[in-house]
Ligand binder design. Structure first.
Ligand code: HEC
Ligand code: HEC
Length: 257
C-alpha cells in the first residue's frame, strides 16, 4: 500500500518535471509572427513582411515592408501600434496628400483593432519591431555582434536579431530557442557555454546529457558548429549583442506566454 503511494508520488514529480521542461514559452515576437501568418498580413507585406506586393495606383507602387520601409512609416512603437490597430498612424491620418494617395491604391491597410485584442496587437507590434531591427543597439560592440550574426546567417534559424522561435519538429520544445526567450538561461549559463554553442553547435553540458542529445539528434534544425567560419573576436561581439538584447527584453513589456 505504502509502496503504491511512493510510486504514485514519484510519478507525479516526474510528470510535473516534464511539464515544466516542455512548457512552451514563445517570445512575443514569435507569437506575433504566427498570428501575422494566420491574419493575412503576409498576403500584402510579403513573406514575413519582407517583400511588399505590387500596389497599382499608389505613388510608391508596392506595399511597404516591415524591415527597410518601417522607418518611413513609424517613428515609435506607438506608431506601429496605430498602423495595425487603426490602419494608419495618427500623423498620416492628418495628411490630405496621404489620404488621396491611399484612395488611389489597390491595396489598403485594414484596421485590425476591430478583429484583434490589445494583447494580440502587442504581439504583432513585437514582431514588426523585430523584423524592423528596432531598437538598434547603441553600444558599438553589440551593434557589431548584430552585424556579424547577419553575416554568419544566424538569423535564418533564430530570426532577425535572434528574436524569433521558428518551429523545429523533433526538438524538445518544438521550436528553435530565441536569444531573448525565457528558456535561454536553461541552455546558456555563461559566456563559456555561449562560446561552446557557437563554436561546436552544442554546449559541453548538453553534449554529456543523454536526454538532451536524443532530442538534439532528432531535430530537423540543428545548431551548426561555426568554429571554422568565425573571425577573431566574433564570440565576444555576439555575446555582447545577446546580453544587450536580454537586458532590454527584461526591461521591456515582456509577459509570460
Ligand atoms: C490588404 C493588404 C494589407 C494587409 C492584409 C495588411 N496590410 Fe499593413 N499595410 C498595407 C498597406 C497598403 C500599407 C501602407 C499604408 C498606407 O500608406 O496607406 C500598410 C502599412 C502597414 C504598416 C506601416 C508601414 C510598414 O510596413 O512598416 C504596418 C506596421 C503594417 N501595415 C502592419 C500590418 C500587419 C501587422 C498586418 C496583419 C495584421 C497587415 N499590415 C496587413 C496593406 C496591408
Ligand atoms: C541551422 C539553424 C541554426 C543556425 C544557422 C544557427 N542556429 Fe543557433 N541553434 C539552433 C538550434 C536548433 C538550437 C537549439 C538546440 C536545441 O534544440 O537544444 C540553437 C541554439 C543556439 C543557442 C543556445 C541558446 C538559445 O536559447 O538560443 C545559441 C546561443 C545559438 N544557437 C546561437 C547561434 C548563433 C550565434 C548563430 C550564428 C553564428 C546560430 N545560433 C545559428 C539552430 C541554428
Amino acid at each position: 500500500m505504502r509502496l503504491r503511494f511512493v510510486v504514485f508520488g514519484a510519478l507525479l514529480v516526474l510528470l510535473a518535471g516534464a511539464a515544466i521542461a516542455l512548457r512552451s514559452s514563445l517570445p512575443a515576437a514569435e507569437r506575433g509572427r504566427r498570428l501575422a501568418l494566420r491574419t493575412g498580413c503576409f498576403a500584402c507585406h510579403g513573406p514575413e513582411g519582407t517583400r511588399g506586393t505590387s500596389n497599382p495606383g499608389r505613388a510608391d507602387k508596392t506595399v511597404p515592408t516591415f524591415d527597410d520601409d518601417l522607418m518611413m512609416f513609424a517613428k515609435s512603437r506607438e506608431e506601429i501600434r496605430e498602423w495595425i490597430r487603426d490602419g494608419a498612424s495618427a500623423a498620416k491620418k492628418k495628411s490630405e496628400t496621404w489620404r488621396r494617395d491611399r484612395e488611389r491604391g489597390t491595396l489598403r491597410m485594414p484596421a485590425f483593432g476591430r478583429r484583434l485584442g490589445p494583447r494580440q496587437i502587442d504581439d504583432l507590434v513585437a514582431f514588426v519591431e523585430a523584423a524592423g531591427g528596432r531598437p538598434e543597439p547603441e553600444d558599438s560592440l553589440a551593434a557589431r555582434g548584430l552585424e556579424r550574426s547577419r553575416a554568419l546567417g544566424c538569423n535564418g534559424c533564430h530570426g532577425p536579431g535572434g528574436r524569433l522561435a521558428r518551429p523545429n519538429p523533433g526538438s524538445l520544445k518544438g521550436y528553435v530557442p530565441s536569444w531573448d526567450g525565457r528558456d535561454f538561461p536553461e541552455l546558456v549559463q555563461d559566456r563559456a557555454e555561449f562560446g561552446q554553442w557557437v563554436e561546436h553547435g552544442v554546449s559541453r553540458r548538453f553534449e554529456q546529457n543523454p536526454l538532451a542529445r536524443f532530442f538534439l539528434d532528432r531535430a530537423v534544425l540543428r545548431m551548426p558548429a561555426f568554429e571554422k567560419h568565425l573571425e577573431p573576436g566574433d564570440v565576444d561581439v555576439l555575446w555582447a549583442y545577446v546580453r544587450w538584447l536580454r537586458d532590454r527584453a527584461s526591461v521591456g513589456a515582456g509577459r509570460p506566454g
